[in-house]
Design a protein around this ligand. Structure first.
Ligand code: BEZ
Ligand code: FE
Length: 247
């Protein structure tokens, strides 16, 4: 990192004034508590692509800063906890968790979290109560799972802090397209950190976090069986766990 910073100073003919401004901006990011945000917006996608581009199984993408461990494990009908008047289009998604050859993984865990239809994450943004739209479900003996929720909305990263100012100064869009986060895990397999992006969302082509992959775009459609609900299917294939490094 230091070598690259030194090279950038020389290549860009950085002045003392620019050095002081950059130093202050780094201090501002820390004081605003925005290092997790900044790294996950602008750095994590390269780490993810570099580490997992050759991994067998389903595509992953970035974790981001809004995951909380220990969300409740849900029983049927596998509905993410929500307010009685939760706004947004009701949707159910279902599918299978398998190994890369399509063999079902029973008792796999899907840890699911998402923003509400107005793009707000519980515990991180004002509005939704704690635990809103966060939960875990397990697959059945055939590797099948189901989750009931609402379609999330797109959201901007905070605009008023140093990360937002950096983004505006660069002339980039601060929006993330609508998405549902998952960590899919099973004993003996690599956990899959991923997101499912809603096809009808704006900003799929301009995600500030550069995390969209075509394989992760889903298209909720009106359900024939459940009037008033949308539905879509998605299967996850997990890569076998890597052998631990020998000392
Ligand atoms: C998110 O997916 O929620 C996210 C990712 C990176 C930065 C900010 C948010
Ligand atoms: Fe997110």
């Amino acid at each position: 990192m230091l070598r690259r910073i030194h090279e950038a100073i020389v290549d860009n003919d950085v002045t003392y004034e620019e050095y002081q401004a950059a130093k202050q901006w780094f201090i501002d990011v820390g004081e605003a508590g925005e290092w997790p945000l900044f790294f996950d917006v602008y750095v994590e996608h390269v780490v993810e692509e570099h580490n997992f581009s050759n991994r067998p199984g389903s595509q992953g993408t970035i974790l981001g800063p809004f995951h909380l461990p220990d969300a409740p494990v849900l029983e049927a009908p596998f509905e993410l906890p929500h307010r009685p008047d939760e706004p947004g289009d009701k949707t159910v998604f279902r599918g299978r968790v398998t190994d890369p050859d399509g063999n079902p993984l029973a008792d796999a865990n899907l840890d699911v979290w998402q923003a509400d239809s107005e793009g707000r994450y519980s515990s991180f943004m004002p509005g939704p109560p704690e635990g809103n739209l966060r939960g875990q479900v397990r697959t059945d003996a055939d590797g099948r799972y189901e989750v009931r929720t609402v379609v999330p909305g797109p959201y901007t990263i905070p605009l008023d802090g140093p990360t937002g100012r950096f983004t505006a100064a660069a002339g980039w869009s601060p929006w993330r397209p609508a998405h549902i986060h998952l960590i899919v895990s099973a004993d003996g397999y690599e956990p899959l950190v991923t997101q499912l992006f809603i096809a009808s969302s704006d900003y799929l082509d301009s995600d500030v976090a550069s995390a969209v992959k075509p394989e992760l775009i889903v298209q909720p459609q009106p359900s024939d069986d459940a009037p008033g609900w949308l539905e879509f299917e998605y299967d996850f294939a997990l890569a076998p766990a890597r052998a631990p490094a020998v000392a």
